[in-house]
Design a binder for this molecule. Structure first.
Ligand code: DX5
Ligand code: ZN
Length: 220
């Protein structure tokens, strides 16, 4: 069964804690926390104080923090202290990837590495043994509710094949335009085992039902 990480970018921020609680109680495995700096991506979202509040409200939740920021290394300690369980940064954002991976690990946090639609998935291969999550972006990062990039399944298959070749089984995640009816099953069949979904959950008429539907998807 694949895991589900719910992106709060499409939640109602006036009741963020309750929205997170609802999807976790429904069976979501983790909360995907999208941090944007208006520089690495053309949008701003939320950051440290919001994560800190959510951690306080949800002490047992797993927070999968997706840093879409230019200088991830500078903020590792703050995000760990605010409550991150995993910090995912972008291969395109850092020229000190090994150093950033080591810094995250040194704080006892899980490490994720993300790759944009226009970057070959091979860019993450040198770091595979150190990663808990490899995040294949299926949209250009920056906004919720975008259309799924058609090259994504090919990248997922390449990544899965490389992991099998090396005898490792990390979380292969996919983020952007993930819908229950089509792109979610396609990604699972292509090797993804951690789906990130925002608008498919928060814009659904019944979120609990939407979480259940994601969790019921099986590999063909
Ligand atoms: C995009 C973010 C995603 C986004 C997904 O930059 O990284 O996590 O919130 O939203 P949906 O599921 O609506 O495509
Ligand atoms: Zn994200």
């Amino acid at each position: 069964m694949s895991k589900l990480s719910v992106s709060v970018l499409s939640a109602d921020f006036s009741k963020l804690g309750a929205d997170c609680r609802e999807v976790l109680d429904a069976g979501a495995d983790m909360i995907h926390f999208d941090v944007m700096d208006g520089h690495f991506v053309d949008n701003l979202s939320f950051g440290l104080p919001v994560l800190k509040s959510l951690r306080k409200a949800l002490p047992d939740a797993y927070f999968d923090v997706h840093l879409m920021i230019t200088s991830p290394l500078e903020f590792i300690m703050e995000f760990v202290e605010a409550g991150a369980n995993c910090i995912t940064f972008h291969v395109e954002a850092s020229n000190s990837i090994r150093c950033t991976v080591a810094a995250i690990k040194a704080f006892g946090c899980d490490v994720g590495l993300a790759v944009n639609p226009n970057t070959p998935v091979e860019a993450v291969f040198p770091f595979l043994y150190d990663l808990t999550i490899i995040l294949v972006m299926s949209v250009k990062p920056g906004h919720a509710g975008q259309k799924f990039h058609p090259q994504t399944p090919i990248k997922l298959r390449k990544l899965k094949a490389e992991c099998v070749k090396r005898g490792i089984d990390p979380l292969i995640s996919v983020d952007g335009g993930i819908k229950i009816e089509n792109t979610a099953p396609l990604c699972i069949d292509s090797g993804a085992n951690l789906l990130v979904a925002g608008s498919a959950i928060f814009d659904a008429p019944d979120r609990v039902e939407a979480v259940h539907a994601f969790k019921a998807l099986k590999k063909n």
